[in-house]
Design a protein around this ligand. Structure first.
Ligand code: ARG
Length: 269
């Protein structure tokens, strides 16, 4: 008798505890639980504007040049905003690894655009637009270094940017490195190479190439790592209609040649 009552009590408590859990699950969080509005409408942080969160340390995709935001992705976002009848508004630069958490929390930006590689881990937190750029990692060293390959990185200090696929690749593939050091911005990784704090860096190749050309001519790319990454625009999972509208805009900009023009403008190809 006693036993039965205890069991009943335990079941009742379990049922009560499960209630708030169920309620919060149906509140959304994953794309399968969010019902996109049938009229295609989407939420915006600020009416009439497409608010963009970015880490402005990533030329030629996004960078500050004399106080102006410029780059391939900046032009792309302006063109997408125009397609949507919105004004494109870049927020002040944010640390790269804070952008996805800000999108998940909501209220700061509508999209995150910062050379974001589409990865299965990130896709659990946010949705991505269709990809618009292919990229690989690479190993950067100081000119005159005898490192030419990842096999020579054992016992060395390696630099990468916090929260990036370059850092993840380094942790997964350079297990006999002396230390893998994370920096907040790409220029800080180059500065660490120049000061000898790290012997090599693992960075997105198009951006490493560009930085070496415009600023760090004492560094060089010695090895491309074929990680086969693709960049996409990150959007909250709560806003699937915005992702759909952005994808329509990207398709239109592919079709009318705008994306080809931007490739020509920023990469000469
Ligand atoms: N593509 C890499 C990643 O997604 C690096 C992106 C870094 N972006 C930046 N704006 N610093 O992890």
């Amino acid at each position: 008798m006693m036993k039965k009552r205890a069991l009943f009590l335990a079941l009742a408590v379990a049922a009560l505890c499960a209630l708030p859990l169920l309620a919060s699950c149906s509140g959304g969080g994953s794309s399968d639980t969010v019902e996109p509005a049938a009229d295609g409408s989407y939420a915006l942080v600020e009416d009439g504007k497409l608010t963009v969160a970015a880490s402005l340390d990533f030329p030629p995709f996004e960078n500050l040049n004399n106080g102006n935001v410029e780059g391939f992705e900046v032009d792309l976002m302006k063109a997408i905003a125009e397609q949507l009848g919105l004004e494109c508004n870049y927020l002040p630069t944010m640390k790269f690894d804070t952008i996805i958490p800000a999108l998940v929390a909501g209220g700061t930006a509508d999209v995150g655009v910062s050379g974001f590689t589409i990865t299965p881990e990130r896709e659990e937190e946010v949705d991505f637009s269709t990809p618009f750029c292919d990229t690989n990692q690479c190993i950067v060293v100081l000119n005159g270094s005898d490192i030419t390959d990842e096999s020579q990185l054992a016992g060395k200090r390696i630099g990468a940017e916090t929260g990036t696929t370059g850092l993840t690749w380094s942790k997964e593939n350079l297990s006999d490195a002396q230390e893998i050091v994370a920096f907040d911005e790409y220029p800080a990784v180059f500065a660490a190479l120049q000061s000898g704090q790290v012997a090599a860096a693992v960075l997105d190749k198009p951006v490493a190439d560009y930085y070496i050309k415009i600023a760090y001519s004492d560094c060089q790319v010695v090895k491309e790592i074929p990680t086969g990454e693709q960049y996409g625009i990150a959007v909250s999972k709560e806003n699937p209609n915005l992702t759909a509208a952005i994808n329509d805009a990207i398709a239109a900009l592919e079709a009318d040649g705008t994306i080809a023009e931007l490739n020509q403008k920023w990469f000469g190809n």
